[in-house]
Design a protein around this ligand. Structure first.
Ligand SMILES: NC(=O)C1=CN([C@@H]2O[C@H](COP(=O)(O)OP(=O)(O)OC[C@H]3O[C@@H](n4cnc5c(N)ncnc54)[C@H](OP(=O)(O)O)[C@@H]3O)[C@@H](O)[C@H]2O)C=CC1
Ligand SMILES: O=C(O)CCC(=O)C(=O)O
Length: 488
C-alpha cells in the first residue's frame, strides 16, 4: 500500500495523494503487548501540512455537494467492500497497535463495514420534507444542506469504528473532511483511510493528517475555513474544542467520558448480570467510554453476586491480543497503564477494599507489555476518586444499596451520564429506572457497552455536548436546514 515507505511510515493523505509531511520528525507506534515491536511510524506533521489539507477540503466542497447524495452513497458502498476485503489485515494491525484482542478487533472492523453500508444507504433517503403552506399558491419544503469542511478528531480506543461513524455521515451528507487520528492508533487509521482512497473519492474530499493533538488537533479546531468539528476523547481536550468552536460560531459535537453504573436488583438473574458486568467492564481492557465502572447491588444479593463475579473474573485470560484464547489484552499505552495503576493506588489509599486483582502483570509473557489484572474494589464511598473519575481501565467499584431509590441516587452521583444499565425482572423497577437515571443510553438486562449503529449515541451531563452521533441522529449534526418557499 502506498502509505508504506522503507521505514513503514504512514503518510498524510491530501488531495488524493499520500504525501510526506513538511517535517522530518516521526513518532514510533509500538505494540503495547510488546514494547520492543514497532508497528509503524507516524509523521509529526506541521501547520503547513494541515493548511494544505484544509485548503484541499475547502476547494473540493462545492463539487462534492453537487455530486449529489445518491452518488456519494454509492461511493461509500465501495469503501465498505474494500474495508471488508481488508478486514483481517486491519483488525490485526489494530490489535498490534492498541492491544484489544483479535476477535474484538475483527468485530470492530466488521462494525465499520456495517456503519459504512448504513450511511451508504442514506444516499437513497430523503433530503428534506414537504411542509404545507397557508398560501394555496405556494410550495414550501426543507432541504438539508452540508455544512462544508468538517474536522474529525478521534481517540485510540476504537480506531476503526469511531472515525467511520464520523466520516461516513459527514461525507454522505455532502461535507468534505479533514481527519486527525489519535497518534496512538494512527497506523490503523491510515489503513482505514486507504480504503476510502481506493474507492476513488474525488480529490480533496477526505484528507488525513497525523501529528500531535496540541499542534495538528488545535490548528484544525482553530482553522478559519472549518465549518464544524466532531471530537471524541478526553474531557479536558473536549472543553478546549468547545471553547474554540463556540468563539467562532461553528457547530461542534463532543463525546467524552463516562462512569457508567450497572444496578443489580434482588430479583435479577445474577448469572446474566455477572456476565454483563464482566463483558462491560473488562472487554477492551475497560477502555471504552461506555465501560461499566460502578456496580450497585441491592443488599439482599450483594454477597451472592460478589462471589459469582469473583469466580468468573478469575477465568479471564490476559495476554497479547493476537494469541489464541486471550480474552483481555494490555492497556493501550504506557501512559494509560500508569494512569490505571495510579487510580488503583488511590483507591487503596482512600480506604476502598481491593478484593480482586489490582496488580501490574510484569513477569513471564507479560514482561514487555502494559498488562494489568482485572480489578474489583468494594467498600467504595461516593466521595472517593475511583467512584467519580473515569479510569479507562479494567477496574470496577462495588456499592451496596438498600433499595432501588438509593441505587438510582448512587447511579446518578457523578458528573457523567453516558450509559447506565439495570438487571431486574420487575417491570416497575425498570420503568422507574428508565425515567430516573441520568444517561443517554439506558440498558435493561444488557451490558452498558456495545451500542447499535442505527440508534442515536451520546450522553447527558459532562459526557456529551451537541447533537447525538450515529443512526439518523448524525444527520442533525452534519447538515443544516434550508426552508424553501416558492410562490407560483
Ligand atoms: N470518550 C472516549 O471514548 C475516550 C475517552 N478518553 C479519556 O481521555 C483520557 C486520555 O486519553 P487521550 O488519548 O490522551 O485523550 P485525548 O483527548 O488527549 O485525545 C483524543 C484526541 O484528541 C487529540 N488531541 C489531544 N490534544 C488536543 C488538543 N489540544 N487539541 C485538539 N486535539 C487534541 C488527540 O491527539 P493525540 O493522540 O495526537 O494526542 C486525539 O486524537 C483517557 O484516559 C480517557 O479517560 C480517551 C479516549 C477516548
Ligand atoms: O460501547 C461501544 O460500543 C462504543 C464505545 C465508545 O464509543 C467509546 O468508548 O468511545
Amino acid at each position: 500500500m502506498r502509505m508504506e515507505t522503507k521505514e513503514n511510515t504512514c503518510k498524510n493523505f491530501i488531495n488524493n495523494t499520500w504525501v510526506d509531511s513538511a517535517s522530518e520528525e516521526i513518532i514510533k507506534s509500538i505494540n503495547p503487548a510488546n514494547k520492543e515491536e514497532v508497528v509503524g511510524y507516524v509523521q509529526k506533521s506541521t501547520a503547513v501540512d494541515l493548511e494544505k489539507a484544509v485548503q484541499a477540503a475547502y476547494k473540493a466542497k462545492k463539487n462534492w455537494r453537487k455530486l449529489g447524495q445518491v452518488e456519494r452513497g454509492q461511493l461509500l458502498f465501495k469503501v465498505a467492500n474494500i474495508l471488508e476485503e481488508n478486514l483481517n489485515d486491519i483488525a490485526e494491525t489494530m490489535t498490534r497497535e492498541m492491544g484489544k484482542s483479535l476477535p474484538e478487533a475483527k468485530g470492530e472492523t466488521a462494525r465499520g463495514v456495517a456503519i459504512l453500508r448504513y450511511y451508504a444507504g442514506e444516499g437513497m433517503r430523503k433530503e428534506g420534507d414537504l411542509i404545507p403552506s397557508t398560501d394555496q399558491a405556494a410550495l414550501m419544503f426543507t432541504k438539508r444542506t452540508p455544512l462544508g469542511v468538517v474536522g474529525v478528531i478521534t481517540p485510540w480506543n476504537f480506531p476503526v469504528a469511531i472515525p467511520i461513524w464520523k466520516i461516513a455521515p459527514a461525507l454522505v451528507y455532502g461535507n468534505t473532511v479533514v481527519f486527525k487520528p489519535a497518534t496512538e492508533a494512527a497506523v490503523t487509521a491510515a489503513k482505514v483511510v486507504d480504503c476510502f482512497a481506493k474507492a476513488g473519492l474525488p480529490e480533496g474530499v477526505l484528507n488525513f493528517v497525523t501529528g500531535t493533538g496540541s499542534v495538528i488537533g488545535q490548528k484544525l479546531i482553530d482553522h478559519p475555513l472549518l465549518n464544524a468539528i466532531t471530537f471524541t476523547g478526553s474531557e479536558t481536550v473536549g472543553e478546549g474544542v468547545a471553547k474554540s468552536a463556540a468563539a467562532r460560531g461553528i457547530k461542534f459535537q463532543l463525546e467524552m467520558g463516562g462512569k457508567n453504573p450497572v444496578i443489580v436488583t434482588e430479583d435479577a438473574d445474577l448469572d446474566a448480570a455477572v456476565e454483563a458486568v464482566i463483558s462491560g467492564a473488562f472487554r477492551s481492557t475497560g477502555q471504552k467510554c461506555t465501560a461499566s465502572s460502578r456496580v450497585i447491588i441491592e443488599s439482599g444479593v450483594y454477597d451472592a453476586f460478589k462471589e459469582k463475579l469473583i469466580q468468573e473474573t478469575k477465568k479471564i485470560t490476559v495476554g497479547p491480543g493476537l494469541n489464541e484464547g486471550i480474552w483481555m489484552g494490555p492497556c493501550a499505552s504506557e501512559s494509560q497503564f500508569k494512569t490505571v495503576l495510579e487510580y488503583i493506588e488511590k483507591g487503596k489509599a482512600e480506604g476502598a477494599s481491593l478484593i480482586y486483582g489490582g496488580e501490574p502483570l510484569t513477569t513471564g509473557e507479560y514482561v514487555k507489555g502494559f498488562f494489568v489484572s482485572p480489578t474489583i474494589f468494594e467498600n467504595v464511598t461516593v466521595d472517593m476518586t475511583i467512584a467519580q473519575e473515569e479510569i479507562f481501565g479494567p477496574v470496577i467499584a462495588l456499592f451496596k444499596a438498600d433499595n432501588l431509590e438509593e441505587a438510582i441516587a448512587l447511579a446518578n452521583n457523578t458528573k457523567y451520564g453516558l450509559s447506565a444499565s439495570i438487571f431486574t425482572t420487575n417491570i416497575a423497577n425498570l420503568l422507574e429506572f428508565i425515567d430516573e437515571v441520568d444517561a443517554g443510553l439506558v440498558r435493561i438486562n444488557a451490558e452498558s457497552a456495545g451500542v447499535e449503529l442505527q440508534a442515536p449515541f451520546g450522553g447527558m451531563k459532562a459526557s456529551s455536548t451537541g447533537s447525538r452521533e450515529q443512526g439518523e441522529a448524525a444527520k442533525e449534526f452534519f447538515t443544516s436546514i434550508k426552508t424553501v418557499f416558492i410562490k407560483g
